[in-house]
Design a protein around this ligand. Structure first.
Ligand SMILES: Cc1cc2nc3c(=O)[nH]c(=O)nc-3n(C[C@H](O)[C@H](O)[C@H](O)COP(=O)(O)O)c2cc1C
Length: 202
């Protein structure tokens, strides 16, 4: 029988819970603490998934990407995206469905300054010569193109550097670390600004 009972709005909300779990994972040197997998649907209707750094930008979840990548259009045209965070050290999985909203360019530009040199060059390569994901003859050609890419002085973010907030409207948290071996699965839905929690069969 389907259980439709609602537990009253929760405090803390699941995004706060996710933030705390990621902080615990970071402390425990979980290699996935800073990452997520984001799934979109491409123009042919096929699923596409990739690992991205999951950032906290002014208290909101966000990812940074380049507008020349095919995924930009997939993000841009999607009503929502699916995000998975797997924290192996904690035995915890989060699955989120998120709407997206652009991160203001000024915030992207400030954060871009913290990138290492190679990704900075790559971002300018995408912008000036070779879009992300385009095909090159061989790796040597890529490295040459990267070496000769024109860089502005001062070195600032290219206009293709972008960020997207991920605003979750559902969260499914699966905690495998249960002493009795029965996984703890909680599903959260945001309605009219409040999170509602339900226990789900794992
Ligand atoms: C650990 C890890 C972190 C990554 N972080 C990012 C990221 O923050 N932004 C990004 O655009 N690509 C990131 N990538 C690369 C993407 O997974 C992907 O290969 C790339 O963006 C090209 O994807 P596309 O073909 O969908 O454009 C990361 C890959 C790994 C393995």
């Amino acid at each position: 029988m389907r259980d439709t009972r609602d537990i009253p709005p929760t405090t803390p909300d699941p995004i706060t819970w996710l933030r705390e779990d990621r902080a615990r994972a970071q402390t425990a040197r979980d290699p996935c603490a800073g990452l997520c997998t984001v799934a979109t649907v491409d123009a042919e209707g096929h699923p596409q998934a990739r690992t991205l750094v999951l950032r906290d930008v002014n208290g909101r979840l966000a990812v940074f990407l380049n507008r020349t990548s095919p995924k930009w259009i997939e993000f841009d045209q999607a009503p929502s995206v699916a995000v998975v965070v797997w924290l192996p050290v904690l035995n915890l999985q989060y699955r989120l469905r998120c709407r997206i909203e652009p991160v203001p360019d000024a915030l992207v530009a400030a954060s871009w300054q913290l990138r290492p040199s190679a990704p900075k060059r790559l971002d300018w390569l995408y912008t000036a010569t070779l879009a992300q994901g385009s095909v090159v003859r061989d790796r040597a050609h890529l490295l040459e193109a990267l070496e000769s890419v024109p860089l502005p002085d001062p070195l600032v973010a290219p206009p293709t550097a972008a960020g997207l907030y991920l605003d979750a409207f559902t969260v499914d948290r699966l905690d495998l670390a249960q002493p009795d071996g029965v996984h703890d699965r909680r599903h959260f839905e945001r309605r009219e600004g409040d999170w509602h929690e339900r226990i789900r069969v794992p």
